[in-house]
Design a protein around this ligand. Structure first.
Ligand code: SIN
Length: 303
């Protein structure tokens, strides 16, 4: 038997494989492909206080080894989320983390406060890292002091698991990691997308309506790995690795580095059942290598 169980804060997860916010909708969209209950956690698309239409098209561009997006956090707002999405989400037999964004630090705290009354939620992932919005977004993790304050305000509102999702688009992700640790976060997820741009030569125009967007997919895996490594050196918080994970090997590499869990993002669009495949792949690897508990493997990289 292989035990893939992990613990982050006080919460146990059945395995270390999660799906990244914004790449798995609200889970119902993927049920034709596999049962999301096999995942360690489902992380929802970002929820904000009020309705957001998102950015105008074009919002997505395929690039070499990845994808550029500038979606702009469209969602119907926290009240419709509770009414319309939670009844299905709470039926999934795994952990549920709600990803939250706000235009201001107070908005993060207000959304957390509203969700506190809702059962079936195990934690929150504070999105300090969307590069595609004019207000909020990157500004919360561009300044370590701001990141600490917003985290501390949200912390006051909840005892549930509090994860902060950080951007690589800063001078020192380690400083921001330290700041959210001081602010009371239970864990860090990293990285969100890398700011990028694409041009249409024929039209002589940028391909995205917002000119720049966020690059994700296999192309950013080495960047993600270096940033996760930096965070592991600078904080004692559990690290949930995101960035270019396309298969079991990628996931295992991040666990070997020291991440306690992984989130699969862009690859969900390529293979909608990738989450299930990676859970099975990690279990197979452990069996083949006589690893009884995943924690015996995590962080065993030799440097
Ligand atoms: C978006 O909605 O623009 C992408 C989400 C994100 O980068 O956090």
């Amino acid at each position: 038997m292989v035990d893939l169980n992990i613990k982050i804060g006080t919460i146990e997860f059945k395995n270390p494989v999660m799906v990244a916010s914004g790449t798995f909708g609200y889970a119902s969209e993927f049920c034709d492909f596999f049962d999301p209950s096999v995942l360690g956690a489902v992380i929802t698309k970002t929820v904000t206080e009020d309705f957001r239409p998102g950015n105008p098209p074009s919002r997505i561009v395929e690039t070499t080894g990845g994808m550029l997006n500038s979606i702009g956090l469209p969602n119907s707002g926290v009240e419709p989320f509770i009414r319309e999405k939670m009844p299905f989400l709470r039926k999934i037999k795994t952990r549920l983390i709600v990803n939250i964004a706000g235009k201001t630090g107070d908005e993060f705290a207000r959304v957390v406060e509203k969700l506190e009354a809702v059962d079936g939620i195990d934690g929150y992932e504070l999105n300090y890292s969307c590069p595609n919005v004019k207000e909020g977004g990157l500004s919360f993790s561009a300044d370590a002091a701001v990141a600490e304050k917003v985290t501390a305000n949200a912390r006051k509102k909840t005892r549930r698991l509090l994860i902060t999702k950080l951007t690589p688009n800063v001078t020192s992700i380690g400083d921001v990691g330290k700041a959210v640790e001081n602010g009371g976060a239970d864990a860090i997820s990293a990285i969100n997308t890398v700011v990028g741009m694409a041009i249409d030569l024929r039209k002589k125009k940028p391909r995205l309506s917002t000119i720049t967007g966020g690059l994700s997919g296999a192309a950013i895996k080495p960047i993600a790995m270096a940033k996760v490594y930096e965070l592991l050196k600078r904080t004692t918080l559990p690290l949930i690795a995101i960035g270019g994970i396309t298969d079991t090997t990628d996931a295992l590499e991040f666990l070997l580095l020291g991440a306690c869990a992984v989130q699969i993002g862009t690859q969900n669009f390529v293979n909608p059942a990738i989450g299930r495949d990676v859970v099975e792949g990690i279990a197979d690897y452990c069996r083949e290598n006589h690893i009884h508990h995943i924690s015996d493997f995590t962080g065993s990289l030799v440097i």
